[in-house]
Each structure stands twice: as C-alpha cells, then as structure tokens.
Ligand binder design. Sequence first.
Ligand code: WT7
Length: 645
Amino acid sequence: MSYPYQIKSFEAYQEAYQKSIQDPEAFWSAIAEHFTWKKKWDKVLEWNFTEPKVEWFKGGKLNITENCLDRHLATKGNHPAIIWEPNAPDENHRILTYKKLHEKVCQFAHLLKNNGVKKGDRVCIYMGMIPELAIAVLACARIGAIHSVVFGGFSAQSIADRLEDAKAEFIVTCDGAYRGAKDIPLKSVIDDALIGNKTVKRVIVATRTRTPVSMIKGRDVCWEDEMKQVEEKGITFIEAEAMDAEDPLFILYTSGSTGKPKGVVHTVAGYMIYTNYTFVNVFQYEPGQVHFCTADIGWITGHSYIVYGPLSAGATSLLFEGVPTWPDAGRFWDIVDKYKVNILYTAPTAIRSLMGFGLGPLQGKNLSSLKVLGTVGEPINEEAWHWYDEHVGKKKCPIVDTWWQTETGGCLISNLAGITPAKPGWATLPMPGLQMVLVDENGKEIIQEGEETISGNLCIKAPWPSILRTTYGDHERCRTNYFATYKNMYFTGDGALKNKDGFFRITGRVDDVLNVSGHRIGTAEVENAINMHAGVVESAVVGYPHDIKGQGIYAYVIYQGSHTQDTHGTGDLVRKDILQTVTRIIGAIAKPDKIQFVSGLPKTRSGKIMRRILRKIAEGETENLGDTSTLLDPGVVDEIKNGRL
Ligand code: WT7
C-alpha cells in the first residue's frame, strides 16, 4: 500500500497547496477519507480565532489506535511496528510486530481499566525510552484516557506541578531508566513528586533497571504482575473507545514566557490526520522503510514522529533508549548500519555535538541505507547542515529542515524530501493548508515584493488540523498566549525571513523563551527557580549563542550573602548551590551555563528589567548597547560589562 495523498512532484505540491487554500474543507476531507472512522463527520471545519474555537471533523467518531494498529493487521500483522534498540549495545534488541503491539496495547488497556482508568481521565506517563512507553501511550488512547507524558529529565517538583495542573489520578512509570552511563531512578522521583499530592490514586511501575523501589500498598502496582493477570485470562483484545473527533487525545506541557508551563491540548482526529499527512509527505516514507526519529517520546517530536505519525502510516519506527555519544560517538551510525535505517530525523544540537568527535566514529559504518535526513528543534547552522549532508548523507540524501512547535502538533514549514527544493538554513515552504505571514510589531502584514527578503514575526492566518485547541484548564491563557498579540492570527513566538521564492528562514524566538539543545525553556521559569535559592535577591536570565547547545543560559544574580565565604572567594560554591536548586525545581536541562553575580540589574524607572542590554552583554557585545538613558541607574551597566563571564 502506498499513500494516495503523497505528493510526488513540485508541481503536485503547488497544486495541493493551491487547493488547500482555496477550499480547505474539500482538501482535508479528501485526506480524511483514507482513515478508519466509526462514524463520518458532520462538518469539516468550524473556527474563529477570537475565542479561539477550532473544530475539525466535528461529529465524527473514531479511535486513533484503530488507525495506528487494527487497520494494519490484515496486511502488516507480521511487519515490525517498533524496533527497539536498548541503551547498551550488547543487550538484545526487541521487535514488536503490528500484531504484537496491538495485543500488548489491548492488554495494557485492560490493565488500565482494571485499575480504574476511565475515558477522559488524565494519566501521567514518566518513563524511559522503552517499548512500554509507546504501549502505555497507545493504551490510554485506546480507552480514551488523556495521556500527559513528562520527559524523564524533569524533576519531582516539575512532575508535581504537572500532576496538579492536570488533576491526574494515574501514573505509569518505571523503576528506573538507562541513559548512556546513567541510571535514573524514575520511581523514586515519582515518590518525591507525590509527597503532598491529593489526586493520584494509582501508580503502575514497569521494571527496567531493577533499581530498588518502594511500593506503597494500595497505591503502587507492578506492571508485569498486572499484565500477567490479563494474559492468564487469555485476553488479547479490547474494543476501541469511540471518541469524538474533538475529544482530547493528550496534554503535553511546554514552556512559555511566564513562570508556569502550560498544558497544550491536542485532539484526536485533526492531530491524527495531520501527523500522518506530514510524516508521509515530508519524509516521503515508502512502505517497508525504517524510520529513526532520535527524539524522546517525552517531547512533541516523539509523540508525532515516533508514535502517531509513523504507526498511523503502517511504518516501522525505531525507538532508541540511549544517547548518541554512548558508549561512543558512533552509536547513531551503528544503529543505522544494524537496522538499515532509511530515514534519520534528529536535532541540530546532536549533529553539532557529533561533529565535535570528528570523522573517526563514522569510519567503517555502512550508511548506504539512508535515503532521507531530517532536522528539527532549532535553526540549523550551515556548517552543521553541510557536515550532515556530506558525511552522513554522502550527498545523496535530501535534508528536510522541519519547523514546528508543540502547539502545532506536526511540521508546518519544511521542504518535502527530494520533491521540493532544500536550502541550507532555510525551512523553506509551508505545508499545504498553512497560510504563514510575517507581520510587523503592530500586526500589519509585511508583503514580499520583487527580489527582496522580508523579516517579521511569524503568524498563521487560519487553522490547520493539528493546531492546539486549548491550554488545559485555562482557555483564556491559550487565547492571550497565542491569539491576542495579533488580531485573528495565531502567533508562533518566532521571527522569520521570507525570500523571493516564498521560502522561510526561522531566525529564533522573539519572546522570552530559550531553546537549549532543542529543549524549550522559559527564562521566567529559570528565574523563579534561581530565586528559590536562599540568599538570592533577584535574577535575570537571558540566552547567548552556544556552539553545541544552540543557546546557553546566562543568569545575572543579585546575591545577598557574601560569596567571599567560599573557599576561594570566587562564588563557585554558591554557584553550585544555585545549580542544585534549579535541578531540584525544574531539572538538569534548565541549569544555567553561566552565573554572574551583580549588585544591581539595569531597570527602567518603572522597574522593568532591560533584558535587551543583558542579552547583548551575554552575547559579548559591550559597545552598542543602545539607549541606556532611561535607566534608573546607568552605572550598573558598566559593572555588569566589566564582570562579564
Ligand atoms: C520552537 C518550538 C517542533 C519540535 C521540537 C521543538 C524552534 C523548531 C525549528 C526549525 C528553527 C525551530 C522554534 C519553535 N524550532 N524547529 N526547523 N528551525 N527553529 O518543539 O519545544 O515546542 O519548540 O523550536 O523556535 O518555536 P518546541
């Protein structure tokens, strides 16, 4: 089976694009026809961006797991759905065929039901990258429970906040997770997160590392024991819950410009159709190929392009537990060689980090199976692009630079591999259905004319099927965050360029959100965490260019105690304490790379911190700091400049 809606030429792309804009309802409903529905929709699209309200395929009934699993059983039952490569290269890998995955998902869905999980309940999933993670996600979808996957690198405090926000009653976790040389005690982190929690009734614990775990009677149960009970009853199937097209499928928390992460909500039908459509078109997936997306399922990339996109397309998706540099920096290439990977989808930060190890780790690795390469998460610098092209793709593989966000569900701007042109550093053209515009700060659309390249804030004029529907529990927050900056438009928070060919180049966030190694982190969140540390009076966090991470975190801290108490009077011990505090409050991913102690921060007379100045100093620019005359105390700028790290 190939895909009738797969775009096979540049002309076909242009035609699809035209159609999708002229008549979005006809365009998307023709694609929706290729999925399994329990009942067809009444109305393709209803929307306004003022509330906002977006409804796709309203009245339709379906279950995403029937599309990801059941419908492939007759033709692909024995094909691999998931290939799992463990952290340690000498441990056995696992292959779950569509039949096996279907059976496991049905059994785990039973298990969830046995433990009281019902349609609409929120299930927090905190696991390492093992097949059980995908099984748990799909089993929730099978019975209509809303999954909220939390990345394994987040702290107990972060989990506690997310549990409370979602009022989650169930958790699925592991004893521990392997990541490179590390062994992370996930259950123990969950135990800490549950201190004081009032909503969680049941914790299901899968065994992976055999790290000792506390199992609290009446609350904690063991995955394997519970599964055995289901298996012993001979259960291999459970009817898929009939979901409304617009029922929530999952919540995924992401950072914004405030201190509190928001729960982005995606719904069943639109998300399914759009992730499938983009998977098939951007990567030009052909049946039988092996797709390797290196993201973690804890992020949107993993949701969309390890689980739902590939499986709904009947693809083979490779799930890797470990990290690219362990046991050595040749690990990705070993995996490509071992499984004859055809599509490799990774982040610029991973490419840059591997570049640093030179060409040695690539030697002797057969990468000839590769057909398509992809990047996501941050702008890719040209040097990394060319290295990827030359040394990984051997100049034979198109590279797709896919721009999108947690909120968009799937890729919105990207070339289609080998079909539409690529341009290093440019995400290029919008997907069908996407009306991207650049606006000035007043929201006025900037029109590209002639040969010029224009620059502005990236907005979208109309909904696509996998646009976020709300932020969990707080619709007003969704409105103010995304739909209020510019009237009748979704605002991405990114700045971009558009050239004469209509290509887009993303220049980065224009709000106070950082992108560190492809992880999204709000400066306000990091500031809140730093401010929790005893002795810290105030802090200001900005990003600065970092060779490998893309952006590093630079913190300016007013510390009340004297840090000369340190062994060497350098403040290093206080710095370490602050890092420890941030690790506790958010997780190690949010640790500042640099902490500069200052006696004051540049503020306007109204008390607003002038981040522009701090950003410039962190970037190493000390001359052209712009107008500092409105500052309350301009003298503080010199002190900060002189103390720059
Ligand atoms: C932000 C979204 C989309 C999954 C991973 C990140 C940046 C993402 C690109 C790209 C330049 C990119 C944007 C965006 N971004 N892809 N190809 N080129 N920038 O998802 O955590 O929601 O972050 O990542 O700034 O707004 P996320």
